[in-house]
Each structure stands twice: as structure tokens, then as C-alpha cells.
Design a protein around this ligand. Structure first.
Ligand SMILES: *[C@@H]1O[C@H](CO)[C@@H](O)[C@H](O)[C@H]1NC(C)=O
Ligand SMILES: *[C@@H]1O[C@H](CO)[C@@H](O)[C@H](O)[C@H]1NC(C)=O
Length: 160
């Protein structure tokens, strides 16, 4: 047999099918990565509230103040121009925070607010304004004083 014919036979019988198979398995894997992973993540990240009711109102109020401080300070220090990864990290954190917040009934309220006011994670400014607006929704229900969101950057300093 001439070497060229042998080469083409080899190509047809061995190399081409294995290339095709390799290509197929790469496509399979990337499709799985695209379709399966976000579903798994979403089930965890967007799941229901974990903790039961928090009955002691003193502990509840202290927890609330500390948590708002944490949230507003986090937004004040969030990147002005976040990467896609940083945006997703903040979004997922907020949803997980709403699941794991130690006061169950507060977490329920927070999840209901999130459903109407999804986290804004495109920039430090957007995230800060979102947290301020959400805080004011809770302030209103508790008949507390509303905060002027134009002054949020003065109240919660970046410290940078
Ligand atoms: C491999 O898959 C791509 C699509 O992802 C396709 O365009 C290409 O033609 C395939 N290559 C072979 C050798 O089948
Ligand atoms: C609520 O918690 C505070 C702080 O731990 C405690 O001093 C208080 O006695 C608790 N109140 C009730 C009704 O258990």
C-alpha cells in the first residue's frame, strides 16, 4: 500500500472518529456546565429562610442595627466598578443573607422585599442606594424615621 493511501485510511478510521468524539464530549461538558450549575447554585442561593422566629425583641433589635451597619458598610466599600464575578458575589451574598439571617420572621420580610426590589450590584453607588431604599422600606413599616439616601455616603464611610 502506498503511504498516502495508508494515511487517509488511518485518518478515516481512527483519527477522525476520535476527534469527533472529543469534540462531542467537550460540547456535552460545557452544556452541562451552562445548564446544570446555575440551577444547583440557584436552589441553594435562592432557597427559603432557614432560622425560626426570634422571640426576644431586645436581641432582635440589636441584631437589626448591627446587620444594617454591616450591609451599609459593605456597600460603601464595594468596588465602584465591580467585575462580573464581584457583582455575582454580592448578589449571591444578599440572597444567602436573606436565607440565613438569624431572625426567621425578619428574613421572611427581607425575602419578600427582595422579590420586589432585587439587589442592585452594578456599582458601589447602585448597591448603596439599593440598600438605603430597602432599609427605608423597613423603617416605614416600623414607623421609624426615613433616611435621606442622598446622604448615605456620609453616614457609612468607605474608610479608604
Ligand atoms: C466541533 O464542534 C463545533 C461546534 O462547537 C463545530 O463547529 C465543529 O465543526 C466541530 N468539529 C468537528 C471536527 O466536528
Ligand atoms: C432578652 O434578651 C436579653 C439579652 O440577652 C435578656 O437580658 C432578656 O432577659 C431577654 N428577655 C426575655 C423576655 O427573655
Amino acid at each position: 500500500m502506498r503511504p498516502t493511501i495508508l494515511f487517509f485510511l488511518l485518518l478515516l478510521l481512527i483519527i477522525l472518529p476520535s476527534l469527533l468524539y472529543l469534540n462531542y464530549s467537550i460540547i456535552q461538558t460545557s452544556e452541562e456546565a451552562i445548564t446544570l450549575m446555575p440551577e444547583i447554585d440557584n436552589n441553594v442561593v435562592r432557597g427559603p429562610v432557614v432560622m425560626p422566629q426570634l422571640k426576644n425583641s431586645t436581641i432582635k433589635a440589636e441584631l437589626g442595627q448591627s446587620s444594617w451597619k454591616l450591609l451599609h458598610t459593605m456597600m460603601a466599600r464595594f468596588p465602584e466598578h465591580p467585575t462580573q464575578d464581584e457583582k455575582e458575589a454580592l448578589r449571591n451574598f444578599i440572597y444567602l443573607f436573606s436565607r440565613l439571617y438569624p431572625c426567621g420572621e425578619c428574613a421572611q420580610e427581607f425575602q419578600a422585599i427582595l422579590a420586589k426590589h432585587p439587589p442592585q450590584v452594578s456599582s458601589r453607588e447602585a448597591a448603596s442606594q439599593w440598600a438605603c431604599a430597602v432599609h427605608n422600606i423597613v423603617n416605614k413599616r416600623l414607623q421609624k424615621e426615613m433616611f435621606d439616601c442622598g446622604k448615605i455616603a456620609d453616614k457609612y464611610k468607605c474608610g479608604c
